[in-house]
Design a protein around this ligand. Sequence first.
Ligand SMILES: [Zn+2]
Length: 314
Amino acid sequence: MAAAPPVQLSERVFLLPGGVNVVLVVEGRRALVIDSGQGKEGARRVRRALEALDVAPCAILTSHAHADHFGGHARLLRRWRVPVHAPPIEAELMRAPFLEPVYLAHGAAPAPELLGPWFMAEPSPVDALLAPGHAHIEGFDLHVHDVSGHAHRQFAFEVDDVLVAADAVFGPAVLERYPLPFGQDAARQAAAAAWVGERRVRLVVPGHGEPDAPAVLGQATVAALERVRRAVTEAVDQGSVEAPGAIGAPGTDAEWVESHEILARVAAALDVPEVDLARWHLDHTTVQAHLQALRQDGRLRPRVRGHRLAWGPA
Ligand SMILES: [Zn+2]
């Protein structure tokens, strides 16, 4: 299948549309590559776009270390060994990509379903750590912003009047398909989405889906995260169903809801379609992130009893 041609979004910014958005920042015959998509397909898309625009890459910038965003790095680097830039922490995951399936599997040896290209990329070197603020990279000027939360560290890149926000925001169509958007630090994720929504740029490029105005993507993401937070809160408020007649009664065992039951209730409340084992691990991580955020806010607290992790009112 022929890849869609690059779409020029501003003087220097070109979008390579696909399942995962990749961006080229072009000056003269040189380009910065922002993210590389997933594995072989992602690298091929970048290579074709570079050829179509007749430019050579001079660095690869990484928004965050999820395999679908840096999975093409290794292949590109075999052809062009340019410096790779990445946020701290994420850099370690890129050097040892086995850690992504490992953390999704709570540290245990991951199931084979977690070892595919969506979860485990080829390792990539990282030559320089990014930091928020003005950046001057290989002669290119741009701004780096901290939009962490979806990943533990995630950076957005502002070039011209375009913000390449990666997975800090999701478009309405993506959120309809994934009503439980993945996140690792739910409080910071909500703050980052709100920040993107207020940013004074013309266009925001999300990690997946169509570029749009900041307010459209920011507000859609904030609303989706609020729905998840509400669903998690309500899942705990309903109390245990194992103690009939005492559902959620204060001060009783019935107010504690087992962690996996919370995930099932949240999925039902949000109409999340049935998932496979790999997707379950993503959803589980997301719900845990929201539970931790609610604990930080003094709303909920965890307890382990009878070898069951349960959550109840704080
Ligand atoms: Zn991601």
